[in-house]
Design a protein around this ligand. Structure first.
Ligand code: 13P
Length: 246
């Protein structure tokens, strides 16, 4: 099935990197030929390295963003980073609700929606991450969990949701080497698509994340509702990340 959505391959560096390693990685990404498929590439880097990414990627086809954003605009929120601060570094993207934020930092579905709203208010595209745990999948609850996670986001209204990206990242596939099969991923992507259609924003990109590698990217991307990938580990190795986009 063909669709009009541009494919997007986004790296999530998580808490990895240093100035020296980043310089090499960013230079390699910048030097890579643009994927013949027209796939867009982006990287979400740790906050301290946003200036470095902006400098290294300026004028290239690769965009950059952050891994989180505060739900607050400004004020006494020690340790938080606002959307306006991300705009100062020309961020195009902010991940919100990554499973590591939800599980390790207690982020609720409502907080994730508030962060998405705060990003939009600054002109940054929120990449709203959702995904079920293994226990939830085994209990047949995958779609129910994702529906619950998305509810406060969809409540922001069609005009807001149309400016977002959704990333489906089953928790059991993150960093485990155990990718969802293309059929397993497509089943959930189709459910997300149906929810987005019902919310009036059916044509936004839905990325898959969880142990995406060059060896499994093509079969995932062949699915009708998988519009790209959110890549962790493999985004730290230039050749691997470039191969996924290619
Ligand atoms: P891995 O690609 O390392 O499994 O990580 C996926 C992820 O969490 C991206 O946000």
């Amino acid at each position: 099935m063909s669709n009009t959505r541009t494919r997007l391959v986004m790296g999530n560096w998580k808490m990895h990197g240093n100035l020296g390693q980043n310089a090499k990685l960013l230079a390699s990404l910048r030097a890579a030929p643009r994927s013949a498929s027209g796939t867009l590439m982006a990287v979400c880097v740790p906050f301290p390295y946003l200036a470095q990414a902006a400098e290294a990627l300026k004028g290239s086809a690769i965009s950059w963003g952050a891994q989180d954003v505060s739900a607050q605009a400004q004020g006494a929120f020690t340790g938080e980073v606002s959307g306006a601060m991300l705009v100062d570094f020309s961020c195009r993207w902010a991940l919100v609700g990554h499973s590591e934020r939800r599980s390790l930092h207690g982020e609720t579905d409502q907080l994730v929606a508030d962060k998405a709203k705060a990003a939009l208010a600054c002109g940054i595209t929120p990449v709203v991450c959702v995904g079920e745990s293994l226990a939830e999948r085994d209990a047949g609850q995958a779609v129910a969990v994702i529906t619950r996670q998305l509810a406060p986001v969809l409540a922001l209204g069609a005009e807001a949701v149309k400016k977002m990206v959704v990333a489906y990242e089953p928790v059991w596939a993150i960093g485990t080497g155990r990718t969802a099969s293309p059929e397993q991923a497509q089943e959930v992507h189709a459910a997300i698509r149906a929810a987005l259609v019902a919310a009036g924003a059916g044509n936004i990109q839905i990325l898959y994340g969880g142990s995406v590698k060059a060896s499994n990217a093509a079969s995932l991307f062949a699915m009708p509702d998988i519009d790209g990938a959110l890549v962790g580990g493999a985004s730290l190795v230039a050749e691997d990340f470039i191969a996924i986009a290619a």
